[in-house]
Design a protein. Structure first.
Length: 303
């Protein structure tokens, strides 16, 4: 009886053992096929697997730097306005970031060091940030083109940024010359065209001398920057000494010029054509002389 009871107990233990093994194998099979078969996982499960994978990579030393996908890769600016080319590298570790000018493959910066004879280029980086921006001071047309932000991985990783330098133009309405009667007001309007950003300032010049608005009574300048930049020069009760060349010079655009004539009873048409009239009068004696010579020549041939 006792032996039979022992055999029964051993039999039950074997059953429990094999049942536990079977359940464990089934559980492993289900979990494995759930991960690999594309079964929809909850956000918490996906976050767990992602964290586990990242932790494994960090422990194994296999984590690789990568560029922030939200970084702009097309930058537009105007001449003489400092611009910054962005490059944000995540998990850089002990790697180095370099900037290269693609048109001549010139290495501009390596890490924090600048390898250029010009002070135009400099890398901007803070230890608590992932940004490695390339500063380009006072860019010109020749600075436009593609720049490469490169990380010293094996193989190397690169991100390309295109710099566009647009040369804006200033235009004074009513040019190239205007005529004003003495005592009338001078009203000149300058428009800055094709400018991606408004100018920091707009200066007006009279005969290459900057106009000091405080020193000249009755002289006003008004500049509006929306939606396009417009600057207006207004001079009250113009006098003959206000005649001359006026120029509008924005900070980020080529200047424009206009000639202003303040009339003191003259006729503008006469001023415009007076030079041609005097030239015609000077040619009349020469024409008469040629006719006389031709007539004398003909008479000589007839004899």
């Amino acid at each position: 009886m006792e032996q039979t009871w022992r055999n029964f107990i051993m039999s039950e233990k074997k059953k429990h053992f094999f049942l536990s093994v079977a359940l464990g194998t089934l559980l492993i099979f289900v979990l494995t096929n759930t991960e690999g078969a594309g079964v929809q996982q909850s956000p918490r499960t996906r976050h767990f697997h992602k964290t586990r994978s990242l932790t494994r990579n960090v422990l194994d030393g296999d984590i690789q730097p990568y560029f922030d996908s939200g970084t702009a890769t097309n930058i537009t600016t105007t001449p003489r306005k400092t611009v910054y080319l962005p490059c944000r590298v995540r998990h850089l570790g002990d790697r180095t970031v370099s900037w290269i000018r693609r048109k001549d493959l010139h290495v501009l910066t390596v890490g924090r060091y600048t390898y250029s004879s010009s002070d135009k280029f400099q890398v901007i980086h803070r230890d608590d940030r992932d940004d490695w921006m390339l500063q380009v001071k006072y860019p010109q047309r020749e600075d436009a083109g593609q720049y490469e932000c490169q990380v010293s991985t094996v193989p190397k990783k690169s991100m390309f940024v295109t710099l566009n330098v647009i040369v804006s133009k200033a235009n004074i309405l009513g040019g190239p010359a205007v005529y004003i009667n003495t005592g009338s007001s001078i009203n000149l309007t300058c428009i800055i065209q094709e400018s991606p950003v408004p100018p920091d300032y707009v200066f007006w010049y009279h005969n290459n001398q900057v106009i000091n608005y405080e020193a000249h009574k009755g002289v006003k300048v008004q500049t509006q920057k929306n939606p396009r930049t417009t600057s207006t020069l207004w001079i009250e009760k113009a006098q003959p000494d206000n005649s001359g060349n006026y120029s509008c010079s924005p900070s980020n655009a080529d200047p424009a010029e206009i000639a202003v004539h303040v009339l003191n009873g003259e006729n503008p048409a006469a001023m415009q054509h007076g030079k041609h009239a005097s030239l015609a009068k000077g040619l009349l004696p020469t024409k008469s002389l040629l006719i006389s010579i031709l007539a004398a020549f003909l008479l000589t041939q007839q004899r």
